[in-house]
Design a binder for this molecule. Structure first.
Ligand SMILES: Nc1ncnc2c1ncn2[C@@H]1O[C@H](COP(=O)(O)OP(=O)(O)O)[C@@H](O)[C@H]1O
Ligand SMILES: [Mg+2]
Length: 438
């Protein structure tokens, strides 16, 4: 394997999660490290070897270690990549088939996830802890757009819960729905884990029996993958409708366990079950608050803190977007936020990758409505929006489309004199203009 092949292997591993790919600078460090160069011998235009060694390389190794699940550095890079277990590679690299792959395992080692670095989110952690422990909720859903921090928060919830005395779970199981496994294969995996000898039929009833007998915490991460593309939010992909029964039965039947979902979109029947006194709760995750968001910039080594608030608001505190922007400001503006802000532009760069995924799921009317809002360029009331949205469709259809977009966090609403005004956040505005206005 030469350095390019190694790099492309790492890239494939990255792209199966919503992870930030390597920057051009990181790629170069990777290549030269692969070739066995010492930092002092690395030739990277515009960067001193000391800067590369202390500021850039550690973050690079951290990223790669996280994705591989083992600690990787310059010295063991070759050894680790050459010895990556074959089965791990094949499941990671496989493209999901029409009905998911029965062979690929969805169970993940959640201990790895609970190491995810987190800033802020104290309130969300407390809320989730209360819902899971005190209120004994049976179904907890964390929703929000890609990159907002659902997986990170969930990993940290687990880390927090296991540190508590009162949280005695017989087992915690983390399943990634990234490859869209069928309900049958998910049930098989869970039941095999919970009672390896019994070879139970993979039925919802058998799972509920287990959930009654002991207290389990089960996580389904990236649930959006079981929902259909090209339709309004929360419609199941063909063949995945049985999940609806699972969610309904887990919510309504008596048992002592909890199923926690992270997802970009949620199905109708779940949103109907949500309530303050119900065993089903929904946390719609928003961007980071200013202080924790600043922590991301501080960690990356940005300067001129007085400008950060503006920058954070521009990207609505989306941690992945902030990381991408911070990296760009370091590389292009030498870390000076004011120089970037002075350009008066909205940088999208790799944020487009997250949005590409979110947009690939949209129904065509949703795209048209976003396009319409992008052209209006100002917040509008529902009635005004209907006026602009010149489609041969009824008002109730417009409502359904709008509601779906709000659920996906792709439209913002702000109250003015008791009425909602709908608009696009700057990044989405720019993305729609770039990619859909021709
Ligand atoms: N609270 C946080 N503090 C610091 N970084 C965060 C936080 N939340 C998310 N991130 C970072 O943002 C990126 C996206 O987070 P992730 O949890 O994968 O989002 P999602 O699951 O919603 O798509 C990751 O690189 C993660 O490390
Ligand atoms: Mg995630």
């Amino acid at each position: 394997m030469n350095s390019e092949e190694a790099l492309s292997l790492v890239y494939k591993l990255f792209s199966t999660k919503y992870e930030m790919p390597l920057t051009p600078l990181e790629q170069e460090i990777f290549r030269q490290s692969w070739e066995g160069k010492e930092y002092k011998d690395m030739k990277i235009a515009g960067y001193s070897s000391a800067y590369v060694k202390t500021n850039i390389a550690p973050e690079l190794w951290k990223k790669i270690s996280k994705i591989l699940g083992v600690t990787v550095g310059k010295k063991n890079l070759q050894v680790v990549l050459h010895n990556l277990p074959r089965e791990r590679l094949s499941t990671k690299l496989e493209t999901p088939s029409e009905l998911g792959s029965v062979d690929s395992k969805s169970v993940q080692n959640w201990q790895n996830m609970s190491d995810l670095e987190i800033f802020g989110r104290g309130e969300e952690l407390a809320t989730l802890q209360k819902w899971i422990l005190q209120d004994e909720c049976r179904l907890v859903v964390i929703s929000g757009m890609g990159g907002i921090g659902k997986t990170t928060l969930t990993g940290n919830v687990l880390k927090h819960l296991v540190s508590l005395q009162e949280a005695r779970f017989a087992n915690i199981i983390w399943l990634s729905l990234e490859n869209a496994p069928t309900l049958e294969s998910i049930l098989t995996e869970i039941l095999d884990l919970l009672s390896p000898q019994q070879h139970l039929v993979p039925s919802i009833e058998n799972l509920l029996d287990k959930l009654r007998s002991h207290r389990y915490l089960i996580i389904f991460d990236a649930v959006e993958n079981i929902f259909a593309k090209d339709s309004l939010a929360g419609k199941y992909r063909q063949g995945y409708e049985p999940y609806s029964n699972l969610f309904k039965q887990i919510s309504t039947f008596q048992h002592q366990s909890c199923l926690l979902l992270t997802t970009i979109e949620i199905p109708r029947e779940i949103s109907f079950l949500v309530g303050n006194n119900s065993p089903v709760r929904l946390l719609q995750l928003q961007g980071l608050a200013i202080q924790p968001a600043k922590q991301i910039f501080r960690n990356r080594g940005l300067t001129e803190e007085e400008d950060w608030k503006k920058l954070i608001n521009l990207y609505r505190g989306n941690p992945l977007a902030l990381k991408i922007v911070a990296t760009m400001i370091l590389e292009i503006f030498n870390g000076k936020s004011s120089d970037f802000l002075a350009e008066n532009t909205i940088f999208i760069g790799q944020i487009a990758d997250i949005l590409d995924r979110d947009f690939a799921r949209l129904f065509y009317l949703e795209i048209q409505l976003l396009y319409c809002l992008a052209n209006i360029k100002a917040p509008v009331k529902f009635a005004q929006l209907c006026g602009y949205f010149e489609q041969n469709i009824s008002k109730s259809q417009v409502i359904a489309v709008l509601e779906s977009l709000v659920m996906r966090s792709l439209i913002e609403k702000n109250l003015e004199n008791g009425e909602f005004l709908f608009s696009l956040q700057p990044v989405i505005q720019k993305y729609v203009q770039n990619y859909y206005t021709k």
